[in-house]
Ligand binder design. Structure first.
Ligand code: NAD
Ligand code: UDP
Length: 312
């Protein structure tokens, strides 16, 4: 049985990934420091014979013997990654050095959860993997963006110098059940606000765009990428339908069925104006494409938050 390490396994994406891998018959080590993750996300797994949990911070070395590493550990929401910016970049850079060291030592495959943020505020639109990006190196998002860019650099250098078998997933905005109530990203914010009959907080004029991928689709893409025999190049994973933030607000208001208003708040600095992935590489190399559209994914996510809020 293959043994798989998932760092950040108690987080939103990590916990869904573990569910999928356990279903596929893998033996899982979940590693997390519980900064933004929660025991609730993995409590259904604690008695599973193929599940093991380690409270650990990936900025510190650790010795484990595994066949595959999914490096998901890193706060992903701007409010959380800006809370301790120095810690965020340490998590990406020192964290991936520790994980690549492990991959080199035990000859395991390693997948890095990279991000569309490596494209920054993109001048090329939509974004292919060939685009080098437009990232502010000294702004409030840099700890995250530059940390992820440095992690990609380290992945490639360990591959070139030490033949580590790497996979780089550039993940675009993904949403779904198990996002934390205090996550702060736009989809969970709007859904929680709508369910509580609070106004929706649109930052800026709401004309900035994002492309939202439902979590199940994303996880399928991650596993396909890891299991690809040779694809070491970065691969965009996301849904290529693009919406303005105002369209998202209106769709959520409509699906929740409330008459709340939209209130406008200042746009945070360096907030990207547009973002949409070209997913041709994932289609050609992995045979992957998302199958859940925005309304379908939002309906499932709204149902999750309805239940969660009714218990809160
Ligand atoms: P999340 O905040 O829910 O999960 C991150 C997990 O990592 C949490 O469980 C947290 O406690 C853990 N963690 C953070 N720092 C750690 C450290 N130093 N040591 C050990 N564990 C640590 O976020 P998510 O949305 O599940 O994102 C998972 C990964 O995917 C992140 O690397 C993120 O950058 C990447 N990603 C996510 C998205 C998205 O839209 N969800 C988009 C692009 C990239
Ligand atoms: N946003 C918003 N209201 C919120 C949270 C976010 O209008 O309550 C905007 C934010 O300014 C950005 C977009 O929604 O333009 C997506 O933000 P998120 O934090 O989800 O992800 P990212 O900016 O990292 O793509």
């Amino acid at each position: 049985m293959e043994r798989v390490l998932v760092t950040g396994g108690a987080g939103f994406l990590g916990s869904h990934l573990i569910d999928k891998l356990i279903n596929n018959g893998s033996d899982i080590i979940c590693l997390d420091n519980f900064f933004t993750g929660s025991k609730e996300n993995i409590e259904h797994l604690v008695d599973h014979p193929n599940f093991e949990l380690i409270r650990h911070d990936i900025t510190l070395p650790i010795l484990l013997e595994v066949d595959k590493i999914y490096n998901m550990a890193c706060p992903a929401s701007p409010i959380h990654y800006q809370y301790n910016a120095v810690k965020t970049i340490k998590t990406s850079v020192i964290g991936i050095i520790n994980m690549l060291g492990m991959a080199k030592r035990v000859k395991s495959k390693i997948l890095q959860a990279s991000t569309s943020e490596v494209y920054g505020d993109p001048v090329e639109h939509p974004q292919t993997e060939e685009y080098w990006g437009n990232v502010n190196p000294i702004g409030i998002r840099s700890c995250y963006d530059e940390g992820k860019r440095a992690a990609e650099c380290l992945m490639m250098d360990y591959h070139r110098m030490n033949q580590v078998d790497i996979r780089i997933a550039r993940i675009f905005n993904t949403y779904g059940p198990r996002m934390a109530l205090n996550d702060g990203r736009v989809v969970s914010n709007f859904i929680i606000q709508a369910l509580r009959d609070n106004d929706l907080t649109v930052y800026g004029d709401g004309n900035q765009t994002r492309s939202f991928c439902y979590v199940d689709d994303l996880i399928e893409g991650l596993v396909l990428l890891m299991d690809h025999p040779t694809e070491i190049r970065p691969v965009n994973l996301g849904n290529d339908e693009e919406f303005t933030i105002l369209e998202l607000a209106e769709t959520i208001r409509d699906l929740v069925g409330t008459k709340i208003s939209i209130c406008y708040e200042p746009l945070p600095s360096d907030d990207p104006t547009q973002r949409r992935p070209v997913i041709t590489r994932a289609g050609t190399e992995l045979g992957w494409a998302p199958s859940t559209n925005l309304r379908q994914g939002l309906e499932k996510t709204i149902k999750y938050f309805e239940e969660k809020l009714s218990k809160a």
